[in-house]
Design a binder for this molecule. Sequence first.
Ligand code: ADP
Length: 160
Amino acid sequence: MSHSVVYPGSFDPVTYGHVDLIKRAAQIYDEVVVAVAINTHKKTLFDSEERVDLLKRSIEGIANVRIEVFSGLIIAYARKNSIKVLIRGLRMISDFEYELQMALTNRRLDETIETVFLMPSERYSFLSSTLIKEAAALDADLSSFVPDFVEKRLKELLKV
Ligand code: ADP
């Protein structure tokens, strides 16, 4: 039996924290489907096509990873694709409350799908896409947080 997992998120944009998590999941499971949320209530800086493109370029060389998009409930997406595990990241205690709420809601929606949490390297445990956008707007050097092509596009979009 082959084990696929889905790692959902907005990835606006992808950071080395996300990539760290994808690599960890890819070592444990046969296939990691990174599912980029589209049409959410969240206003994103990058459109979904570019979020997908930046992710694809960031995970080049990892064989068992696929990037897809989804709209609506991630549980519905997982069910449709016969995926039984959702991957989420836990950086700090501050992530815990929200992530626990979401995991328990998702469990109520489908008892057969589990959420599995992975912790990134402590190097990335403070990193968030929101923080990166703020730092990019101030023209910070982002080379240890995101790939260079992500930094370039961030600064173009934010007109730095
Ligand atoms: P969402 O809008 O679903 O929170 P994000 O792209 O912000 O989308 O995050 C997707 C998932 O990746 C979440 O589980 C989040 O906790 C995790 N994540 C975000 N940044 C990091 C990081 N630096 N290290 C590990 N996990 C992270």
